[in-house]
Design a protein around this ligand. Sequence first.
Ligand code: ADP
Ligand code: MG
Length: 239
Amino acid sequence: MRIEGLRKSFGDNVVLRGIDLDIRRGEVVVILGPSGSGKSTLLRCVNLLETPTDGKIFFEDTEITAKKTDINNVRAKVGMVFQSFNLFPHLTAKANVMLAQQKVLKRSKAEAERVAIEQLEHVGLGDRIDYKPAELSGGQQQRVAIARALAMDPHVMLFDEATSALDPELVRDVLGVMKNLAKGGMTMIVVTHEMGFARDVADRVIFMDGGFIVEQGSPEEVFDHPKSDRTKDFLGHIS
Ligand code: ADP
Ligand code: MG
């Protein structure tokens, strides 16, 4: 993925002020930064949930910011997991994971069901496939949301504070699933405040502030030898 000169404003509010970023296949990039620095807006632009004000995004040789782009095709390849799980409350875990496969990828019911069960097993919920969201813990619901994204065979996964809404004891299971995914070679862009995860799993850590990438490098570089005062200040407050 290549992001070039990405800018995004909401009215007078300039949120992204020129982001340039190349992400290699299989790379795990963790984005850190204070609230309001534009992290979610960046991920939402990558997934075309927001239309950039300026700049280009290329993904596997296509410019996805071009007017002719099939947004559904991009969204299928770019999986996204949010802080809120956004599951359908009246559907079971399995049915939640089947839905977009049938609607967007036009898979048969049998195929969608097979993949749903496989992905739910993959996130450790093989014994919960017929439960509805209200019968699952927050961590289990988030894992259903991850299984739902993975069922679309994404080429990259975006995580926007996927564990921020969870009770501390439930965070570990979700991070464990994300870690396995990373080890399995998935390309990932992860916005998180989980510094342990970033240190362990990230190939590259990016610190954003005020709509800019302030600093980036390996976890060791950014955590142990931050260059910018803003990064030092942020890390000092969080750890
Ligand atoms: P972060 O995820 O780093 O906390 P966000 O990308 O959510 O930051 O937000 C950055 C800024 O963009 C904030 O000032 C926020 O109010 C603004 N913003 C985000 N989404 C919208 C929107 N849909 N409409 C108007 N302003 C928005
Ligand atoms: Mg955010």
